[in-house]
Design a protein around this ligand. Structure first.
Ligand SMILES: Cc1cc2nc3c(=O)[nH]c(=O)nc-3n(C[C@H](O)[C@H](O)[C@H](O)COP(=O)(O)O)c2cc1C
Length: 381
């Protein structure tokens, strides 16, 4: 029975070759940050208010002029095509059907234009990695032309975190078959049969029509997450000039960086430690959230991701000041379990849990939840 996202995780582990599951699950170094995301969320208490009319609970919110049915969305994840062929489009479709936003990674396996047209009505944001400014500029222009509504610059990957499971599994691009990988693939025949007609996924956004020699270097750079480390606050104006819509920074944990972001004309922040995949010493996203929210003084929306596994976790993020939360791995567990239907089922599950939590809390509006009821360690805020 698939009663919660943990059940989907177990099913995903069964369905996927080990090197794919480990890539999804992995944290940096010893996994401290990864575990902190979960344990700090578990430690948040929400104190219910009683005798309120909870016959109807409104989970909708408005973000940058668009209505979301629920106060959460799908975080950008690279290599969704390893989980399922056309994984990017399947996640975008599931999100659009349920009225939540989808963020496409620069490291997607489908071209951003194709993902946008697969789910035309949905809210879609584009995540940007800057490995090379010219290339990033082209992606930004293409995203604007395709109708992406916000641009999310990920700022917590100057270099890749140390993910030892991937090293042990020999997971690299382009794929080089080893005996261990071959065994892994052979022992997951349904995954292999699905993948076979499509071949090994590549980073489609970086492959110009026809391909060229330079693109192979960029593919390798993206898998190794070799970023342009000369990109600093002062050069953000370059991006601001290229992108006229809402521009968000993803990977903010320090309140001073939140203030700098506002000074540099940023429209929104995502408090995140990249799901524990980068700096293992980082605080959990939920514990960093209230400090970042305080620093922004309500001037721009603050989102969070990292460790959200229950609808109740979304209520916690909102109670501690987030406008909305994002989920990374849970959507992939759904995708691995049953494609678009699995991803939709995970969104529905989180939605049902959120409504139950809000009802139990006496909180009838997601839009009114930010900043109320929550505390870390017991005292009502
Ligand atoms: C498999 C995987 C791939 C990811 N790829 C990206 C990416 O390409 N760009 C990005 O900004 N974040 C990426 N992230 C981080 C997520 O956007 C998000 O911050 C994180 O997954 C949230 O934590 P959660 O998985 O506990 O929900 C990735 C995360 C995972 C698990």
């Amino acid at each position: 029975m698939l009663l919660n996202t943990e059940d989907f995780r177990v099913r995903a582990r069964r369905n996927l070759p080990r090197f794919v599951f480990d890539y999804i699950e992995g944290g940096a170094d010893d996994g401290h940050c990864l575990r902190r995301n979960l344990s700090d969320l578990a430690a948040v208490e929400l104190t219910p208010r009683v005798l309120r009319d909870t016959r109807s609970v409104d989970t909708s919110i408005e973000v940058f002029g668009r209505s979301w049915a629920l106060p959460f969305g799908i975080a950008p994840t690279g290599l969704n095509g390893l989980v399922r062929p056309r994984g990017d489009a399947l996640l975008a479709t599931a999100a659009a059907r349920r009225g939540v936003p989808f963020t496409l990674s620069t490291a997607s396996n489908m071209r951003l234009e194709d993902v946008r047209s697969a789910a035309p009505g949905g809210v879609q944001w584009m995540q940007l990695y800057v490995m090379h400014r010219d290339l990033a500029g082209q992606i930004v222009e293409r995203a604007a032309r395709a109708g992406y509504e916000a641009l999310v610059l990920t700022v917590d990957v100057p270099i890749s975190g140390n993910r030892e499971a991937d090293l042990r599994n020999g997971f690299r691009m382009p794929f080089k078959p080893t005996a261990r990988l071959a065994w892994d693939v052979m022992t997951h025949p349904s995954w292999s049969l699905r993948m076979l007609p499509n071949g090994a996924p590549d980073f489609a956004n970086l492959t110009p029509a026809g391909g060229d020699a330079g693109s192979a270097n960029m593919q390798a750079a993206l898998l190794a997450r070799a970023m342009d480390r000369s990109l600093v606050w002062e050069t953000l104006a370059w991006l601001r000039g290229l992108w006229k819509g809402p521009l968000l920074l993803k990977g903010i944990l320090h309140p001073d960086d939140a203030r700098l972001a506002i000074d540099h004309g940023i429209d929104g922040l995502i408090v995140s430690n990249h799901g524990g995949r980068q700096n293992d010493a980082s605080p959990s996203a939920i514990s960093a959230l209230p400090r970042v929210v305080a620093a922004t003084e309500g001037r721009i929306p603050v989102f969070m991701d990292g460790g959200v596994r229950r609808g109740g976790d979304i209520a916690k993020a909102l109670a501690l000041g987030a406008t909305a939360a994002f989920v990374g791995r849970p959507a992939l567990y759904g995708l691995a379990t049953d494609g678009v239907h699995g991803a939709e089922a995970v969104i529905k599950l989180l939605s049902d849990e959120l409504v139950r939590s809000m009802t139990l809390l006496g909180a009838t509006s997601a839009a009114a939840l930010p900043g109320s009821l929550g505390s870390v360690g017991g005292q009502p805020a």
